[in-house]
Design a protein around this ligand. Sequence first.
Ligand SMILES: Cc1ncc(COP(=O)(O)O)c(C=O)c1O
Length: 427
Amino acid sequence: MNPALTQFGAHMSKLTGVRAIMKDIIETLRAGAGQQFINLSAGNPLILPEVEQLWRDCTAQLLASPEYGEVVCRYGSSQGYAPLVEAVVEDFNRRFGLNLSERNILVTPGSQSLYFYAANAFGGYTTSGELKQIVLPLSPDYTGYGGVTLVPEALIAYKPTLDIDAAAHKFKYRPDFSKLSITEKTGCVIFSRPCNPTGNVLTDDEVKKIAALAAPYDVPVFIDSAYGPPFPALNFTQMTPIFGDNIIHCMSLSKAGLPGERIGIAIGDEQVIQVLESFQTNACLHASRYGQAIAARAITSGGLADISEQVIRSFYQNKFTVLESTLNEAMPKDLPWFLHRGEGAIFAWLWLPDLPTTDWEFYQELKRVGVIVVPGSTFFPGLEEEWKHKQECVRISLTGSDEEIVTGMQRLAKVVQQLYQVSAVSA
Ligand SMILES: Cc1ncc(COP(=O)(O)O)c(C=O)c1O
């Protein structure tokens, strides 16, 4: 069958960004039967034994409780399972001195769906035909934002400025406030903090500045805290979650070991939450109640926050250190290469200025030596302008073993050296 597709149908049936590359990666792994690949492309967190045990224990408690039937055999409210909503209210009020009520909370089936609701409720065409933009203030950012809007022309990302420490081969992106435009044309603002793919953490001041630019226009700012504290606490630098009248703090339990259960949580203004909740009722009724019930237990006991700080954070921070020190040893000293400061998340982001080929070709070269990373150009959703930098970066996942990371980075260093040498000779 080949039914005609609507504009939305055509748009939504295409995979964008990293999802499109994943197909190539899966095919490579399948076709290379026998060849051992070091796969540093995954966004899937590793299964850490302590984390798995926490979820097992919460599940055992749920199974043994009279609550079980009510949880899995019944529909529930779109806003979320009441014990989870209460657990979040209590935890956040105590931890951050807030004054939240249950009306400030929405539980969604994963946080990706939350950005889909937000992007389409606040971005796109208004009833009077005006285009409201979805602003990504700091590009590169999460590739998934490329797929969330039904109106692709609504997505606008801003080029960053670069803080470069040439001697240390390090750099950091910063929002370019001289260019960032948030006006009556803006529908909402979204950014990840810590950032996938770069590991960047916007400073408290930068976040407050963005929120202040949006406030006069009643523009909600969605802070994607999929890697933030208190869970999964994948920040390697000190950071405080920022709350405010127009800030929607968005969380995900995926990197805290529960990606299969699809739990996202939005915390913010009651009216914004209500809009998102209705969107959710129309789209899918509600998130899995089993996932919500075990999450409620893990949050109320304090177990989730403890394991995040004591196990999850140090696990990935150590991986970043292994990667960084291997690159420092193996990369040619005389070539320009820059690793983004590893401030959080589960990735490293490498920039190779004047790379003599594209990021896509570089990715293919690495595959030839058995290493899989993700070409960086997939992480600039909404940034249409030409910028060579977009083809000069790769994302390296920290989800390999230490040995895989060391070997993978040694092979990468060799490929880099060869590429620049060949280009110098042919020049
Ligand atoms: C920054 C960021 N936001 C959102 C998501 C979506 O996560 P989920 O839908 O599993 O909550 C991811 C997933 O990798 C992510 O990296």
